[in-house]
Write a protein that binds this ligand. Structure first.
Ligand code: AMP
Length: 228
């Protein structure tokens, strides 16, 4: 693991939920509204795979199978990212922690600078809907805005609403078979964190099957109440 110093981060919000719960979408909205920094370990790992680093080479097949990458690799990548100056306003952790060992390591990293998790939000969704949600999604290759074959098409066909980009991409692991493995990994290894954060008194449950804006409103209230 890297021994880089971790910056002091005044607000740490965790988004918990299975693949398709809307963690990435909500994190991007919170980023815009509060100036917090979205920190997605999935994005960091995909960048490592694309760059062909040692960590990326080790993670590639694991991610394609829908399993969890080792705590060692994920923690090293996260720690490096937390050492960058832009996290100073606070972070929204999207897809991290995913295991109890990761949650304990995060507590340790934060405690070293006198901090703690402000809130861990569980996005409460119905599993049955997640396969369709994930298998139909794609993003603008230029700005990352999210779309969906059935639920959210660009207003002008083939043109990103946000930046006008015309290229879109789908994740290699967003197919029905891998999504089922990812849901299983969530229930086996990540769902226990709901009780973990409940025990620390910082758990918030947000119903997340409804309108994106309503869910964003509930999350905004939590940030306003717990961060700063
Ligand atoms: P995500 O973009 O959060 O859906 O993550 C995509 C994939 O990256 C997951 O299915 C895992 O293989 C891997 N991954 C992302 N974050 C973590 C993590 N915190 N721990 C272990 N594996 C992770």
């Amino acid at each position: 693991m890297s021994d880089t110093a971790v910056e002091v981060v005044p607000a740490v919000l965790i988004l918990l939920g299975p693949p398709g719960a809307g963690k990435g979408t909500q994190a991007r909205m919170l980023e815009e509204k509060f100036g917090l920094v979205q920190l997605s370990t999935g994005d960091l790992l995909r960048a490592a795979v694309a760059a062909g680093t040692d960590a990326g080479k080790a993670a590639k097949a694991v991610m394609e199978a829908g399993d969890l990458v080792s705590d060692e690799i994920v923690l090293a990548i996260l720690k490096d990212r937390l050492a960058e100056p832009d996290v100073a306003k606070g972070v929204i952790l999207d897809g991290f922690p995913r295991t109890t060992a990761q949650a304990e390591a995060l507590d340790g990293m934060l405690a070293a600078t006198g901090q703690q998790v402000n809130a861990a939000v569980s996005l409460e969704v119905e599993d049955d809907a997640m396969v369709d949600r994930v298998a139909g999604r794609y993003t603008c290759a230029k700005c990352g805005e999210g779309y969906h074959d059935s639920f959210k098409q660009p207003k002008a066909e083939g043109v990103c609403d946000k930046c006008g980009g015309t290229e879109f991409k789908r994740r290699a692991d967003d197919n029905a078979e891998t999504v089922r493995a990812r849901l299983q990994a969530y229930h086996d290894q990540t769902a226990p964190l709901i009780a973990y954060y409940d025990g620390r008194g910082c758990l918030e449950r947000v119903p997340a099957m409804g309108a994106i804006d309503e869910i964003a409103g509930a999350l905004g209230d939590i940030v306003a109440k717990t961060a700063g």
